[in-house]
Design a protein around this ligand. Structure first.
Ligand SMILES: *[C@@H]1O[C@H](CO)[C@@H](O)[C@H](O)[C@H]1NC(C)=O
Ligand SMILES: *[C@@H]1O[C@H](CO)[C@@H](O)[C@H](O)[C@H]1NC(C)=O
Length: 727
């Protein structure tokens, strides 16, 4: 297939995906558990940090040994405690000097939003120092930050003599993205190196070697790139083969003629690249890039593409040469919106770089795979003893350098593992912005738990479990609203050691635990249905699963989540909540049932007398979370049970005894309201427009009643509150 055809399919097919995504059903697309900011707070599950006169907590750096979270923000560097980020923090005020701010302002930039120092780059440098860079009011600047050898040192400062130029390391413009990685004492950065933001480059600086960069003003190399991430990955046991990979998105040269189309890319280069001798002097000679595809195959062989890479997370495995690459993508279409998680392996990435080079030729000047003879050593290979006898890129033959210069693009794209996204959402009012992943050992193997940040301040916790032998199914375990103000998530760090997720936005930083096992419920079935690899039933309750401890009663089955098989030993069955409700003959009544799991399907059964059999309730109008009796008459009285069905397992969660009270005037029959006061209060409130649920009505009655009791010193026990008998 030519590039041209690939382009067409991607353009034509945006829009079709809505169909395939919505066919997965509504119950499984909602999270199993959704926790609001308030829920998290009440559960003591969230800690918060913000700073007056600052914002934009976009750079987070974890330091497990010192127990610190370092944060880069506007005009500040922060050192927070990993155990509690709300505690007294250490901070460094790092503004841009006044003359730079004025200069910036003269250049037409806003004095308050642009002409300040946004700290965007933060790396570990050596055992005592960090390296940090900021925009410095359109005057990039970097500094070595002293943090001390040990935790007890409590050092956190910038020595003014250790501040240096940040050009080619930090962006000028706070709105620009950049990506960098510090390896050894060298910084590899993808960044704009000029004030106007036109000269984008991948730049190596610091250290002892000469700086080196991408070819300037050549759209085949980089074309208005937006850098997302940079990582170092070894290729063999020989450090000479070490590579650095850049992730970015850019305007696709191979799609010229279709307007401005964005493609996502992975770029590679060799750490030991010294540039060419006669040509490409102080430029990369090993730079190659390939398209990163994240798309959904349609029924007719076409593809729907998520084109815009947003974030990358490298999950290290035991083999350092083969980390897993988790990414999030969004669509560039204004018509069709969606987000996806795609997973890539190093093998697939290496295969693309070893495949054909993209080459422009033919009568129509199209992009085709290069068919001619590729010079030796093949461009993209690092000079090392592993693959040849070249000591340095400076020794590469001229034809190799020339070929590298004109063929930075690979013809084959890198496709995701399994050929499709691991997880995707379409037609939702938010997009994914960040991802981090934690590999968790469970009783039935390991699971990669994905924490996905969104642009509305929420975090999705997702796993992918095998379904049958060939396919996987994704489970959206939790949706957590971690920012009260719904601000977009711009940074995330995970600490497996402390079982904590750190999340940054424009307005603050929050800390949330990776799991809340006890919230699933105490019963074995509840814990089992949650299918959370962090949690297991321990014989009494749902708690953190630790693989190396032996517990006799412990039960966990993430893969199947089948309580029938797993929970036979749970004798303390889930307690059925009992409630008692009153309705007046002829009025409407709403029976409410809220299962913990949003994915559970609710059914109702009805039993008129204990000796009658239970019947399923069908003819009533069942709303999503309850049963509405539009006109409850006396024969509707009885016991209503609410059952939650999930994953083939049904549990009874609530039993409501409904008593129908006769209309005022007609002869009272049992049960007689305990107090006439009761009945009147109730009648007043039943059709009150601001009270929607029976619970709300009953609460009102209850408070009226309490007030009167106090006034009249009526000491009678208030046990017959209509609110509920089971609470
Ligand atoms: C975290 O620190 C804050 C501020 O010192 C304090 O109010 C809060 O109780 C601490 N939380 C925990 C769980 O220690
Ligand atoms: C770390 O780097 C800084 C800046 O170059 C230097 O002053 C310091 O001595 C270094 N520390 C160690 C332990 O090498």
């Amino acid at each position: 297939m030519t590039m041209m055809m690939m382009m067409c399919s991607s353009l034509v097919l945006l829009g079709l995906i809505g169909v395939s995504a919505s066919s997965s059903g509504s119950s499984s697309s909602s999270p199993r558990m959704k926790l609001s900011y308030k829920d998290l707070q009440q559960f003591n599950g969230i800690k918060w940090f913000d700073l007056e006169h600052s914002c934009c907590f976009g750079a987070l750096l974890l330091d497990e040994e010192r127990g610190r979270l370092f944060v880069g923000a506007r005009n500040f560097l922060l050192s927070l405690s990993l155990d509690n980020i709300s505690k007294q923090e250490q901070k460094i005020y790092w503004p841009a000097p006044v003359d730079w701010r004025e200069e910036c302002n003269w250049a037409g930039k806003d004095i308050n939003t642009d002409c300040v120092n946004y700290v965007k780059v933060l790396h570990h440098y050596n055992r005592t120092h960090l390296y940090a860079c900021g925009t410095g009011a359109f005057h990039p600047t970097c500094a070595y930050v002293e943090v001390g050898q040990k935790i007890e040192d409590h050092v956190f400062k910038i020595d003014p003599s250790m501040v240096e130029d940040g050009k080619g390391k930090s962006p000028y413009d706070p709105r620009h993205t950049s990506a960098s990685v510090l390896i050894g004492d060298e910084l590899y950065a993808g960044v704009a190196t000029d004030l106007m933001g036109r000269d984008f480059t991948i730049f190596r600086s610091m250290g002892r070697r000469l700086s080196i960069r991408t070819e300037q003003h050549d759209s085949r190399w980089l074309n208005e790139p937006k850098f997302i991430a940079a990582v170092g990955v070894p290729e063999s046991e020989n450090p000479d083969d070490d590579k650095v990979f850049f992730f970015f998105r850019e305007t696709a040269v191979e799609a010229q003629g279709f307007g401005k189309v964005t493609y996502s890319r992975i770029g590679q280069l060799c750490r030991n690249d010294m540039g060419g001798q006669r040509s490409l002097v102080n430029k990369w000679t090993t730079f190659l890039k390939a398209r990163l595809v994240c798309s959904v195959p349609g029924n007719d062989g076409t593809e729907t593409h998520f084109d815009e890479l947003r974030d990358v997370f490298l999950l290290q495995t035991r083999d350092r040469k083969n980390p897993l690459i988790y990414t999030v993508f969004t669509t560039s279409s204004s018509v069709f919106q969606g987000s996806a998680v795609c997973l890539y392996t190093m093998n697939d990435i290496r295969r693309a770089f070893l495949g054909p080079f993209a080459h422009k030729e033919g009568p129509n000047y199209q992009w085709v795979p290069f068919q001619g003879k590729v010079p030796y050593p093949r461009p993209g290979m690092c000079p090392s003893k592993t693959f040849g006898s070249f000591e340095s890129t400076k020794g590469f033959p001229d034809n190799v350098i020339q070929f590298a210069r004109h063929h930075p693009l690979m013809f084959n794209p890198v496709t995701p593992l399994g050929g499709r996204p691991l997880f995707l959402r379409t037609g939702i009012p938010y997009t994914f912005t960040q991802i981090t992943v934690d590999r968790v050992n469970a009783a039935d193997g390991h699971y990669d738990v994905m924490f996905i940040g969104t642009d509305i301040g929420s975090v999705l916790k997702v796993i992918s479990v095998p379904k049958g032998s060939w396919s996987n199914t994704e489970l959206l375990l939790e949706e957590l609203q971690v920012f009260k103000d719904s601000s977009s998530i711009i940074s995330m760090q995970i600490s497996s050691k402390r079982q904590t997720l750190f999340v940054g936005s424009q307005t603050g930083v929050v800390q949330v635990p990776l799991h809340r096992c006890s919230m699933y419920g105490k019963a074995c079935a509840e814990c089992c249905l949650a299918r959370d690899p962090y949690c297991a039933w321990d014989g009494h309750t749902c708690t953190r699963y630790l693989p190396n401890t032996k517990r006799r009663f412990r039960r966990q089955d993430v893969r199947n989540g089948d309580p029938n098989a797993l929970c036979s030993g749970d004798h303390q069955k889930q307690r059925v909540l009992e409630k008692r409700l009153y309705a007046v003959d002829g009025s409407s009544s709403f029976l409410e049932c809220n299962p913990k799991s949003l994915q559970a399907q609710i059914t109702w059964t009805y039993q008129r007398h204990p000796e009658n059999s239970r019947e399923e309730v069908r003819e009533r109008s069942e709303t999503e979370r309850g049963l509405l009796l539009r006109r409850a008459v006396r024969r509707d009285g009885g016991v209503y049970q609410c059952h939650a069905m999930e994953h083939g397992f049904t549990q009874t969660i609530l039993a409501i005894t409904l008593e129908i009270l006769p209309l005022a005037g007609s002869a009272p029959s049992a049960p007689i309201p305990r107090s006439p006061l009761w009945y009147r209060d109730f009648m007043q409130l039943v059709d009150h427009p601001n009270l929607n649920t029976v619970d709300q009505i009953c609460e009102q009655v209850w408070s009226l009643r309490k007030g009167r009791n106090r006034r009249t010193h009526d000491g009678r026990p208030a046990s017959r509150v209509p609110r509920s008998a089971g609470e």
